[in-house]
Design a binder for this molecule. Sequence first.
Ligand SMILES: [Zn+2]
Length: 435
Amino acid sequence: MKSILAFVLCLVCLGVSQAQVKPPTEPVMDRFLRYVKIDTQSQEDQTTTPSTRKQLNLANLLAKELTALGAQNVRVSEFGIVYATVPGNLADNSKVPVIGLIAHMDTSPAVSGENVNAIIHKNYQGGDIVLPKDPTQVITVAKNPVLKELIGDDIITADGTTLLGSDDKSGCAEIMTMIDILRQNPQIKHGTLAIAFTPDEEVGTGIEKFDVKGFGAKFAYTVDGEELGEISDETWSARTATVTFQGKSTHPGRAKGIMINAMYAIADYVNRFPHDMLPETTEGRVGFVHPYAGVIDVESSNVKILLRDFDISGLDAKEKVLRDMVTQTASKFPEVKITIDVKENYKNMKEALKNYPELTNNAMEAAKRAGLKPFLKPVRGGTDGSRLTFQGLPTPNLFTGGGNFHGKLEYNSRRGLEKSTETLVHLVQIFAEKS
Ligand SMILES: [Zn+2]
């Protein structure tokens, strides 16, 4: 109740009178609690999209609910992507860019999302939160300093046996509730909105099937971040290197002077990785090289390496380190043929987003109007938005209010869901105001 009032008050700041504002037909928290009950876990290394059929259960439900909320052109693609359009309510909608809002429906393959039993820790008064079905699962204040800001809030967790699915059913529920609020309040002016809910974000394949042209947005936001106020317009630039060591195998009984064992060369190479340039020794804006998989064999060995940096120049420097290491190992093992192959994976979205500063600025403004303190946080990873940005759809990432994604300690809160929703309502309004 208190939070609905807060929402009304903020709209008052916008000049929309309190009497005119109606709450959504279903509170965002109720909607969220319904969605987390639907198991949508995705699965690695599948040949189909979606990777698991069960994701379609949520896709079909969202499509039905979008239609009920008055969205148009609602469709579920052959790949399980839900698309819809929310028509603008301006005299001339063509003057405002079509803004896209995207969330993903799947949950991480890391932890089960079956039979999620959401627990509401009402009126949280501080301290560690022990999850009832597995007391070894504890959300501690020490590791989650953000808990201090959740005092008095209703915190939502799973029961300790599954993940919650806040990532990213929070984003799904928040976008849907925004549509609900806009429908209830035609006095809130906005341009045309393009909506999408995607499968298989967690396994990185859903977005490959995304129809950017058919989506029809000029700009978009993924609603898939964490802490309230956190906005991301920077991600890694990413490459993958494969270094192959070609030796010569022969029967060990007759190997003298013939066998060339590639294993010694790969061991030498892996030993040369600079200790201060690894994921386990870096944080913040510092990039890394990460040997993550390989094959060792007499005849042919190889190692696969991730290269990550926020700057292309930093990525180039890391690639040079790996190539120099090849030269050093090659001079020590001249009979082993060593080759290095480097592939581009994705680029820091900032490379493209720097040309559209209004996307970040409008999101910051929307969060402020919702009473939050927005801040920029670079993502030490890639997002669906990084791929969309380089397919011509600039797409920063917005917070959802949740945290501890991909694990049993995942959470969100009533205020987290409501403030994130409120931010979306402000955001679409700001684009209409500024156009
Ligand atoms: Zn996510």
